[in-house]
Design a protein around this ligand. Sequence first.
Ligand SMILES: Cc1cc2nc3c(=O)[nH]c(=O)nc-3n(C[C@H](O)[C@H](O)[C@H](O)COP(=O)(O)OP(=O)(O)OC[C@H]3O[C@@H](n4cnc5c(N)ncnc54)[C@H](O)[C@@H]3O)c2cc1C
Length: 267
Amino acid sequence: MTEIAPPATTTPPQGRPVRPPMQRWPLSVLEVFELTPRMRRAVFTGETLDGFQHKPAQDVVLLLDPPGGGDPLRRHYTVRSFEPAAKRLTIDFVLHGHDSPAEAWVKAARPGDRIEVGGPRGRTVFNPAADWHLFTGDETCVPGVLAMLEQLPRGARAFAFLEVEDEDEFQIARSEADLALEWIYRHGPAAPSSPALIQRFKDFVFPEGRGQAYVIGETSTVRAQRHTLLARGLGKDQIVAEGYWRPGRQGGHDHIWDEAEGPPGPR
Ligand SMILES: Cc1cc2nc3c(=O)[nH]c(=O)nc-3n(C[C@H](O)[C@H](O)[C@H](O)COP(=O)(O)OP(=O)(O)OC[C@H]3O[C@@H](n4cnc5c(N)ncnc54)[C@H](O)[C@@H]3O)c2cc1C
């Protein structure tokens, strides 16, 4: 394991905490297979993975070689599962249909291929203090939401809305929680400002007690869902919101926050 410096500025703006250096893990591919027609699973192993520790739904940053050489391209992917004893780390890749670096990489990946990842990182993690939990996202969030649902203790109250292209993308969710999971089938490609996901949040009846919402996915959808929750009385501290992709953006992620509250700290 080595460390790489964060790519962003080294001077933190106005007292924001500095992002800690990211640990780097050399991995090799054990197997790659089709999980659903539009989701490809890659299982990795690595000599140093016995030192890897993460919270469910945290991500790693894939460091991909650019075609012409130069600095690696960075792409965020959720750790779908990690088995420490076997040193097996699993990532599920959405095939979103662009001729893009991460998608091309997983389509071509074969056992024995090598890649480095950095991390883990990410603040979209389970809050055990909440009385109920509300998860939502599109296909890029299915790995993270399913990982969090698997972690929920027996008796926890959870609601999840997952939007995917069609019924072929359905996956079995394993959870001990008292779970109401709704799959929303779009019958078309992923698009910004998903009407179905936004409406589902408007209709959602808040249960008794203090809730925690985990709102991830396409940036404009996430922003609209967050505003809906705030308008309906949920506090900012009860909502974790992050844009996992948006049209035209290459890699990276979008923090969703109000101008008034300022940017959040490092993730
Ligand atoms: C914290 C975090 C965790 C994530 N976890 C996962 C995960 O577990 N599995 C997963 O598949 N993705 C995940 N994503 C999303 C993934 O990082 C992006 O989809 C990424 O852009 C894919 O890289 P790429 O090289 O294929 O495409 P890029 O080069 O980044 O983008 C090329 C083009 O494709 C478009 N595009 C990218 N993603 C999508 C999409 N999902 N649907 C439609 N168009 C798209 C872009 O807007 C751009 O126009 C995660 C993102 C974050 C921030």
